[in-house]
Design a protein around this ligand. Structure first.
Ligand code: SF4
Length: 235
């Protein structure tokens, strides 16, 4: 598998995201899916999929704690591109048990509690969404944070045991936003209010000038720990 992935990375080095996605959609038809958090990167990918009629179904996770602005964007995106985005929810009984034992805002008490909440509200629904898939498309960009420096354009995900395709990996912040502006792609209203990275309400804040783009996520934790487990930390 590693040899095949190395070959693909060489083949697609410098390729446009649409080329990578087009090849992936054909090669892995019926076994490929795209997880969108409705972030700017993911909106760009949804646009590329829709404009090129690529058969890669889109899903998102509703943790139960996300912003109204994110729901509004979900609706606008479905309308604009005439698509349906599958929404995965956490298991209600597991959420009830967790909150009953640890409180509604348990994530502020410890990293362990925060990871438990992410596990139940994000990771478990993600696993269901990825079940039976061979390829997972994501909107990861290399420059997003220290935890994403080692990410590959195409890579094996040993946790979820599938191939991960990150077509925007080499896009810079400026390239991404130029593409969004040029193509009139709908984005979350919160980006204009200082939220470059948007997750759950209690775990996201606006950032100030000069701060890392992911500084507003779980801001009370050390930067090396700031992943929810969807894309495990790589050195
Ligand atoms: S980001 Fe916060 S609220 Fe959302 S699942 Fe993780 S810990 Fe829970």
């Amino acid at each position: 598998m590693n040899e095949k992935i190395d070959q693909l990375n060489r083949r697609f080095a410098g390729a446009a995201p649409s080329e990578i996605l087009s090849w992936s959609a054909t090669e892995y038809s019926g076994k490929i899916t795209f997880s969108s958090s409705l972030g700017a990167e993911d909106q760009a990918i949804t646009h590329i999929l829709a404009m090129n009629n690529l058969d890669i179904p889109v899903f998102t996770l509703d943790t139960g704690r996300i912003f109204q602005e994110t729901f509004d964007l979900l609706h606008v995106t479905e309308e604009k591109y005439r698509i349906r985005i599958a929404v995965y929810f956490p298991d209600a009984s597991r959420v009830e048990k967790m909150v009953g034992q640890n409180g509604i805002n348990l994530f502020y008490d410890s990293v362990e509690n925060r990871k438990l909440c992410c596990q139940i509200r994000k990771i478990e629904p993600l696993k269901r969404a990825l079940h039976g898939m061979s390829v997972w498309v994501t909107g990861l960009r290399r420059e997003q944070s220290v935890t994403r420096k080692g990410t590959g354009l195409i890579e094996w995900d040993p946790v979820h045991r599938l191939i991960k395709v990150n077509p925007l990996l080499n896009w810079t912040h400026d390239v991404l936003w130029e593409y969004i502006r040029k193509n009139n792609i709908p984005v979350n209203e919160l980006h204009r209010k200082g939220y470059p990275s948007i997750g759950c309400i209690p775990c996201t804040r606006a950032i100030g000038p000069g701060e890392d783009t992911r500084a507003g996520r779980w801001w009370w934790e050390l930067s090396q720990l700031k992943e929810c487990g969807l894309h495990p930390y790589k050195k």
